[in-house]
Write a protein that binds this ligand. Structure first.
Ligand SMILES: Nc1nc2c(c(=O)[nH]1)N[C@H]1C(S)=C(S)[C@@H](COP(=O)(O)OP(=O)(O)OC[C@H]3O[C@@H](n4cnc5c(=O)[nH]c(N)nc54)[C@H](O)[C@@H]3O)O[C@H]1N2
Ligand SMILES: Nc1nc2c(c(=O)[nH]1)N[C@H]1C(S)=C(S)[C@@H](COP(=O)(O)OP(=O)(O)OC[C@H]3O[C@@H](n4cnc5c(=O)[nH]c(N)nc54)[C@H](O)[C@@H]3O)O[C@H]1N2
Ligand code: SF4
Ligand SMILES: [Mo]
Length: 728
């Protein structure tokens, strides 16, 4: 009302003295928010803001994005100069780039000469630029020539990749955020969208404020997403496949499938139908813990919806049947005709900012642009493009990250180069990983932060520039290629990952003969050329066009789809020869470690909104770190009371692998037989986790193992904190 207007406290936005805004894409999660970083008159980054006309985030950012410019100023723990030590147990000494790179090149050659090309392994990430991924792939596959080359995406997305390939003949999420506008039913498996992808969740909420449709969340925990859902299915850990088979059972039993679509676009129906026949809701309910009527209800909602979509994240991928879980989701959508249509999709919500970029271009699982080492034509094409002998390539992919580490134990792998990943904190069974890393003859760590825990085991540390200290592209969950402009100079003597890869290439004769463009845009031109006419088509993009459009979804071709494409498979033609997708029969095999008398609790793990992974970044940003500064677990109050453990006290968790002490947060978010521990803290949940591997994707089942819990006194807790403190 008018009379009150002048009396209100006006909201004042601090004037940070911004004189210029530069365009970027957020460097944390895979939502892919467009962000602008404000520079003051001295060129210092002083603010971040969401880009209003960007379709992804429409001006919004979450708590991590809004403070992202602080990364450039909070430089504690940043690598400012290359470091080297003669032996792993010596202290580091600062050194020159030439010395660090010469030693790296020489050690790679020595190990390969002594033990064979594959004895030197490379493991990268989902967090560098696409152009950097492509360049690393060229170096690993075309110059160094090791087949033991993979990324941390095996901890994260490989089940989705494997599931897409098995169902559709190719990787590539077929849907987009716009599907929320068209869907009549949304099913979400093992995904806590409001915390892990806050802006995707905001997009979903925007739609729901205007139009009602059911949201069904499948998660053993009562997450924020579950709290806000219409139906929450607290599935028994690791049994989603049973639930999915049972949903398909009901759909077929009640004739809710799309017969014509199945006939026209799929193979394998009979075997699939025969298998799901066995998963009647009564039998299934005894395994997956969801009652018969609820299974029937959800199947009917999904089967009868005009358009229905499924999204999922780590609750599915990080499982011993992660790949099968993804295929089962695809099965559900194939039988209901929900692929390639607005609001009908199997949309894997990806994880890291550029988890997609590495899938597309890093050559980790094959050759660039969704090409396969197993395909002779692909080998020949890439060899010709790079100017090398096709015989140099192996004819099938080598080990996954989760097999490379054990291969160090057996002596098969002697040297390792880690790029932007921190396995000492993020891989299961930390005590074993430590022993593994100690066994290496040579470890080089290339990271933006020298205090990354894995660096304690390295011989050489290469300091890298982070995020908008460099230029290049990320691809988000909905296949949108978006741009990061160079906002400021790399910290200290750190260098872009692109520069580092190019320098390493020069240390090899074959690398000197090949063309390694020096600028990110020069590399991007190669991607465009290599992708022309393929499903993964970048050829109609340019940096300027990407910035103007606030990201472009591939396929983008100058002639047919100049503005990009929201969806894949709109014509129902899949990437298998013959164009049909596969319905696959998936028997459930329960091979998890289960709670028992000695270890009576399920240990579940994941994330919280304010932290990102192993906290190398968010642990330094006050406004992120202050909300969860201490390792903690969610525990059911009744279970805690039974063990004499109070809210806010400490407890010791013990598994067959190790132990950890955490603060206790009593909450009904978890059931009496389960605890949840965020994995962001060093020497914490992954000291306990088992990480059994999925047979197809080799992804670890981080979310299922068994622990014993007891009260811990304050002294034990203090000792634990000291142990967890960063070593340097
Ligand atoms: N704030 C923040 N956001 C992030 C990240 C971050 O570190 N911090 N990381 C990014 C990355 S790389 C990723 S991969 C994503 C991960 O995003 P999410 O997968 O959404 O996050 P998580 O917390 O790992 O796991 C999600 C849920 O899986 C549930 N779950 C556990 N076991 C099962 C099961 O057997 N079945 C089902 N259905 N659910 C289960 C857990 O209870 C948990 O609530 O987040 C991205 N976004
Ligand atoms: N128990 C349990 N464990 C888990 C999970 C879980 O849910 N539970 N989730 C798994 C998942 S999904 C993931 S994705 C992994 C993540 O595991 P990690 O990849 O090990 O985690 P990050 O902390 O993101 O490590 C990335 C590193 O890259 C560095 N970095 C950032 N930007 C750059 C750059 O531009 N260049 C270079 N060179 N370095 C850079 C960061 O400083 C950081 O050290 O953890 C897995 N581990
Ligand atoms: S939702 Fe993800 S991409 Fe968007 S601002 Fe937050 S962390 Fe960044
Ligand atoms: Mo991830």
């Amino acid at each position: 009302m008018l009379f009150g207007r002048n009396k209100k406290n006006p909201i004042t936005i601090a004037d940070k003295g911004v004189t210029e805004w530069r365009y970027a894409t957020c460097g944390y999660c895979s939502t892919g928010c467009s962000i602008e970083v404000g520079l003051d008159a001295e060129g210092e980054p002083v603010a971040s803001r969401g880009v209003a006309d960007a379709d992804v985030n429409r001006g919004k950012l979450c708590i991590k994005g809004i403070f992202e410019h602080e990364l450039f100023r909070k430089t504690a723990g940043r690598g400012d100069t290359p470091l080297m030590r003669a032996n792993r147990w010596d202290d580091f000494s600062p050194t020159s780039w030439d010395a660090a790179l010469d030693r790296t090149g020489a050690e790679i050659k020595r190990i390969q000469e002594d033990h064979g090309r594959d004895a030197f392994a490379i493991v990268s990430t989902g967090q560098i630029m696409t152009e950097e991924f492509y360049t690393l792939g060229k170096l690993a596959r075309g110059v160094i020539g090791t087949n033991n080359y993979d990324g941390n995406t095996t901890l994260c997305m490989s089940s989705a990749v494997s599931g897409y390939k098995r169902s559709f003949g190719s990787d590539g999420p077929p849907g987009c955020y716009d599907d929320f506008e068209h869907t009549d039913c949304l099913l979400a498996f093992g995904s806590n969208l409001p915390e892990q992808h806050p802006i995707i969740y905001w997009r979903l909420q925007q739609v729901r404020e205007q139009r009602k449709f059911p949201i069904i969340v499948v998660d053993p925990r009562v997450t924020q997403f579950a709290q806000n859902a219409d139906i929450h299915l607290p599935v028994a850990p690791g049994t989603d496949l049973v639930l999915l088979n049972a949903l398909a059972h009901v759909i077929l039993e009640e004739g809710l499938e799309d017969r014509a679509w199945i006939e026209a676009h799929t193979n394998g129906y009979d075997e699939f139908a025969g298998l799901v026949e066995q998963y009647d809701p009564v039998t299934a309910s005894r395994i997956c813990g969801i009652d018969e009527d609820t299974i029937r209800n959800v199947a009917r909602l999904y089967g009868k919806a005009g358009a229905a979509m499924t999204i999922w994240t780590m609750g599915i991928n990080q499982s011993t049947h992660g790949s099968d879980g993804v295929v089962a989701i695809n099965n559900l959508n194939l039988i209901t005709g929900n692929i390639g249509k607005p609001g009908g999709s199997s949309l894997s919500i990806t994880g890291q900012c550029n988890a997609m970029g590495t899938r597309e271009w890093s050559s980790c699982s094959g050759l660039p642009g969704y090409r396969a080492l197993e395909n002779e034509q692909d080998r020949q094409d890439i060899a010709a493009f790079w100017g090398i002998d096709p015989e140099f390539f192996p004819e099938k992919r080598g080990m996954f990250m989760t097999d490379i580490l054990p291969a160090i134990e057996t002596g098969q792998v002697k040297g390792l180069w880690l790029i932007a990943t921190n396995p000492m904190t993020s891989m299961a069974n930390t005590p074993r990983i430590r022993k593994t890393l100690e066994k290496l003859e040579f470890l080089v760590v290339q990271d933006a932060y020298r205090d990354v825990e894995t660096n304690a085991y390295s011989h050489v540390f290469l300091p890298a520039a982070v995020w908008a200290e460099k230029e290049g592209c990320f691809t988000n969950t909905e296949r949108r290629v978006n741009l990061i402009r160079n906002v400021c100079e790399p910290h200290g003597e750190s260098r872009t990952d692109l520069w580092i890869f190019n320098q390493v290439a020069r240390r090899f004769e074959q690398g000197r003969r090949m063309n390694f463009p020096e600028t990110a845009e020069g590399v991007f031109d190669e991607l465009k050329e290599l992708s022309k006419g393929r499903m993964l088509d970048y050829s109609g993009m340019s940096y300027d066009k990407i910035e103007t459009n606030r990201g472009i979804q591939w396929p983008c071709n100058e002639d047919t789809t100049p503005e990009g494409s929201q969806r894949l498979y709109t014509d129902g033609v899949f990437q298998y020869p013959g164009g049909k997708a596969k319905l696959i029969a998936l028997p459930f095999i329960d091979n998890n470690e289960h709670p028992d008398a000695d270890y009576p609790f399920w240990l579940n793990s994941g994330r919280v909104v304010e932290h990102f992974h192993t906290r190398t970044r968010t642990g330094k940003v006050g406004n992120a770190n202050k909300f969860s500064p201490t390792p903690y677990m969610e525990m059911n109050p009744d279970a805690a009371a039974e063990l004499g453990i109070g809210h806010g006290s400490y407890a010791r968790l013990t598994s067959r692998r190790g132990d950890a002490v955490v603060m206790v947060q009593c909450t009904q978010r978890v059931s009496r037989d389960m605890v949840f521990v965020p994995f962001h803290y060093h020497e914490c949940v992954n000291r306990l986790s088992l990480g059994l591997l999925d047979p197809h994707s080799r992804q670890p089942a981080y979310k299922q193992c068994a622990v014993h819990i007891e009260a811990a006194d304050d002294q034990a807790a203090a000792a634990e904190r000291n142990r967890a403190a960063r070593a340097f």
